[in-house]
Design a protein around this ligand. Structure first.
Ligand code: SF4
Length: 338
């Protein structure tokens, strides 16, 4: 294993993609990129990274911003808890680290929304600390390189793969090594691997033994919860009703049409839906652990007594409010004009 890091580094220097966060050692910018790229594809994440760097050029600017502006800038990326954690952590850095982004793994991991992988990525990319990253791409690559069949979602698997990654990073340039191993996992050792282009082919145990398709092993299936949302789309004279989601659930602090959630698809709609005036529109929206079946019911008047959490907004100002992607999709597709 002792020369593997040289092969990885060499391959990375010649094949890496030029990405905006790779040309900086600024830990704040690297942190932004890492949080944006959690659960987001690189192509989609790029424009958001550039927007955040432009609108919040330093940690103080992010800490002093209004949450509604940050959520608005995040709109379309989903998993809004990441945006709230960014804001929370920016204030944490200002208050607990004198406004200077922490420079060690042990301090970086204290920030909200930063786990082992993200702390190792920032500590190595920005400060060259020797901390091995293990993300989904690295799990796949290492499981095949060493033909390891321990489930990657088990405690034992996490330990084994972290130990392998820790051994591989020894004696290397940590920033290059970590980025290289992730890049090979992403571009070459992908779910359908391109072994003929892989710098590790001669050394890859799964390739030699023919076990690639079985790897990596996962023990659990992701449990998916089905939810049934019925939205009340009240509109009158180009005005609409929105409500803020205040409960601790998906989309906390975002805005939506007033919602009634039903237990299942057989449950009766409450009385309020009986006065629906024109057609409803149905959407299926998929999140990692939830499948949402949403019906938007249209009403051509606004009730006289509004619920306490409801606000009346002009139809052309709705995009000024941070909205879940599902509501955005509805607005893009509906034929209704306000
Ligand atoms: S040879 Fe194929 S399976 Fe092995 S590490 Fe390279 S891409 Fe992955």
């Amino acid at each position: 294993m002792k020369d593997f890091h040289l092969l990885i580094a060499e391959w990375y220097r010649q094949n890496k993609r030029e990405l905006p966060w790779r040309s900086t050692k600024n830990a704040y910018f690297i942190w932004l990129s890492e949080i944006i790229l959690q659960q987001t594809r690189i192509e989609q994440g790029k424009s958001y990274y550039e927007k955040f760097v432009r609108n919040y050029p330093n940690i103080q600017a992010l800490a002093n911003a209004d949450e509604i502006d940050i959520l608005n800038d995040w709109q379309g990326l989903g998993y809004y808890s990441r945006a709230r954690n960014l804001h929370f952590s920016a204030k944490q850095v200002v208050n607990e680290f004198d406004g200077v982004f922490p420079s060690t793994y042990d301090d970086i991991i204290k920030l909200k929304g930063v786990g082992k992988y993200t702390a190792a990525a920032i500590a190595s990319f920005a400060f060259n600390e020797q901390r091995a990253v293990v993300d989904g791409n690295v799990f796949r690559f290492l499981s095949r390189l060493f033909d390891v069949h321990t489930p990657i979602d088990s405690t034992q698997g996490q330990k084994e793969f972290q130990a392998l990654a820790d051994e591989l990073i020894l004696n290397s340039d940590p920033a290059t090594h970590n980025q290289g191993i992730m890049e090979i996992g992403s571009l070459i050792c992908s779910p359908q691997p391109k072994c003929s282009k892989c710098p590790m082919m001669e050394h890859c145990t799964a390739f030699i033994r023919g076990t690639i398709v079985a790897l990596p092993v996962k023990s659990k299936k992701t449990k998916v919860r089905k939810r049934y949302f019925h939205f009340l789309v009240y509109s009158e004279n180009n005005h609409l009703i929105l409500e803020k989601r205040s409960t601790k659930d998906i989309w906390q602090n975002l805005y939506q049409f007033p919602l009634v959630e039903l237990e299942n698809d057989k449950a009766d709609l409450p009385e309020v839906f009986k006065s629906q005036t024109f057609e409803s529109e149905t959407f299926k929206h998929i999140l990692s652990h939830q499948h949402i079946f949403a019906v938007f019911h249209h009403f051509d008047s606004i009730p006289d007594d509004l619920n306490r959490d409801w606000i009346e907004v002009k139809g052309n100002e709705i995009q000024d409010y941070p909205l879940p992607r599902l509501i955005d999709r509805y607005l893009e597709n509906t034929s209704t004009q306000w």
